[in-house]
Design a protein around this ligand. Structure first.
Ligand code: ACO
Length: 478
């Protein structure tokens, strides 16, 4: 039945061994009744700071049982998906709700292949100093540039047509006009008023949205790979229609066709990161989508949120932290000092998991497998293992802090020769499937997200003219 991964059976065995270990340690996970049932609104729940415990919506996309370390996409266990599936199939599953049959997957793959080639977007991105900017910022710019056409909805906001702007003859721009603050002083673009089409709706229709999602799921890999190349002052590489999504990502980054093992490991990493409940970046993208902004803007918000070191940005920080610690023998003293300084240890802890993260259960052994061939990475891996032991026996026992997905992913990517600055963009290349699936699902019954803050400030203050305010401390500088 599972003939898909014959060449990389060792990887399948590693994943199945991780699954068996998880089952042995926590038993077969059952969903928690309070987080896996239909809601009747308004809902009563206990909300902590950072919206801990808040129920934002119902979803059929995925489920995390934090007390048992269980992760499910559309009913399928993450271990089974990693062992038997592919990122393409998982993306189809997340977006459409069911695993595809052979012809559906073929059609899906054809669409992804069509969307994977983005020469115009990459040309536009190349106009930015990509080698000097944060990789997630570059990914975000590139993703925004995938949305190239103006719609009639944009025309209302009277922005110049980017196509006209790019193709404008420089000599025709009246640069000698003094920029005195007039709106047309520098750029004299002719305002193009797009007509509202007769059958136009205020929102994207279903098929338009699904197409945009596929464009993003496929194209963000091209942009991330293009960013990797441009950082090294190399030209982006065209995708190869014969390669899978994971293989294309590696190929477009390095210019070398990956080995079956490299392709499979990247595929597993993409599957593992594809969705994870109402995490910060998913929620950020859904908040933007709920305003009926389009999917590109929503995904842009997801990229921005993912960048933070408390979220997806942790994977890059983990590698830097391991390098800072040095050899495994130094872990103990480093940890004592970090505890004294109340430092957060990157790659550990999670809002939802109070047990071992199933994704770390897979990525840890994969890292071990990959470094067999990479002698120079063994000290780093040994330091990671030692740190894991230290944290699990102390903070794990005390505060239920365990390694999360970001702890070993960096070692896995580094073992494949990928630069740390690209770890978080690769995370985004995967998570875009989850963002899209949840946005589409939420838009079916959209209501704008609009929580409230409790006002704890003052009232009835008298306005004092600036000259009479005297010397005061800046309120934010404590
Ligand atoms: N290292 C040390 N102590 C930690 C860590 C950590 N990584 N994480 C949590 N704690 C401690 C806190 O100091 C706090 O202790 P206290 O109760 O004595 O004050 C307690 O655990 C609870 O921490 P919170 O801040 O309430 O946990 P929260 O749910 O808000 O934060 C988060 C979760 C942001 C992931 C946190 O664990 C963290 O900062 N981890 C490091 C960054 C990281 O790895 N992020 C990636 C997460 S996975 C992902 O987003 C893809």
């Amino acid at each position: 039945m599972y003939t898909l991964h014959e060449e990389t059976k060792e990887i399948t065995d590693i994943i199945l061994a991780a699954r068996d270990k998880a089952r042995e340690e926590v038993g077969k996970s059952e969903p928690e009744a309070q987080f896996a049932k239909p809601m009747t609104w308004p809902v009563q729940c206990t909300v902590g700071p950072g919206l801990e415990g808040a129920i934002a919506c119902e979803s059929k996309v995925g489920y995390v049982n934090g007390s048992k370390g269980m992760l499910v996409y559309r009913g399928y266990d993450i271990f089974d998906l990693c062992a038997y599936s592919t990122f393409e199939e998982v993306s189809y599953l997340l977006v459409h709700g069911e695993l595809p049959n052979t012809s559906q997957l073929r059609e899906f793959n054809c669409s992804l292949a069509r969307f994977r080639s983005l020469p115009m977007t990459l040309r536009r991105l190349g106009g930015f100093p990509v080698e000097n900017i944060n990789t997630m910022a570059a990914l975000r710019i590139g993703t925004m540039m995938m949305r190239q056409r103006l719609s009639f909805r944009d025309s209302q906001s009277a922005r110049p047509d980017p196509n006209t702007a790019i193709s404008a003859d420089e000599d025709s721009i009246p640069m000698e006009t003094k920029p005195m603050g007039e709106p047309h002083a520098i750029y004299e673009f002719k305002k193009k008023q797009l007509e509202r089409p007769k059958d136009a709706r205020e929102t994207q229709d279903e098929s338009e949205s699904v197409q945009s999602c596929m464009h993003l799921i496929s194209g963000m890999a091209t942009i991330a790979a293009g960013v990797a190349r441009m950082r090294e002052e190399k030209m982006p590489i065209e995708p190869d229609t014969e390669l899978s999504h994971a293989a294309n990502l590696l190929y477009m980054m390095t210019g070398r066709k990956p080995t079956p093992i490299e392709e499979r490991v990247m595929d597993v990493a993409l599957i593992l990161h594809a969705d994870h409940g109402m995490n910060a970046s998913t929620f950020a993208s859904m908040v933007v989508a709920s305003t009926l902004s389009d999917i590109y803007f929503s995904v842009g918000a997801g990229i921005a949120a993912l960048n933070g070191p408390l979220h997806g940005g942790a994977n890059e920080q983990v590698l830097r932290l391991l390098q800072e610690i040095g050899p495994a023998a130094k872990v103990s003293s480093w940890f004592e000092q970090a505890t004294r300084e109340k430092r957060r240890i990157m790659g550990f802890g999670h809002r939802v998991y109070k047990a071992y993260d199933p994704r770390a259960r897979i990525l840890g052994p994969l890292a071990k497998f990959l470094i067999q061939e990479k002698k120079e990475m063994r000290p780093l891996y040994n330091t990671a293992r030692e740190l894991e032991k230290k944290v699990v026996t102390t903070l794990g026992a005390e505060k239920k802090i365990f390694p999360n997905v970001d702890f070993y992913s960096g070692i896995v990517y580094a073992a494949m020769g990928i630069e740390p600055e690209l770890f978080t963009p690769i995370f985004a290349v995967s998570r875009v499937s989850g963002w899209c699936a949840r946005i589409l699902e939420y838009l079916d019954n959209n209501r704008i997200f609009r929580p409230r803050a409790m006002y704890i400030g003052e009232f009835d203050k008298e306005y004092v003219p600036i000259g009479k305010r005297g010397a005061k401390k800046n309120a934010r500088k404590k």
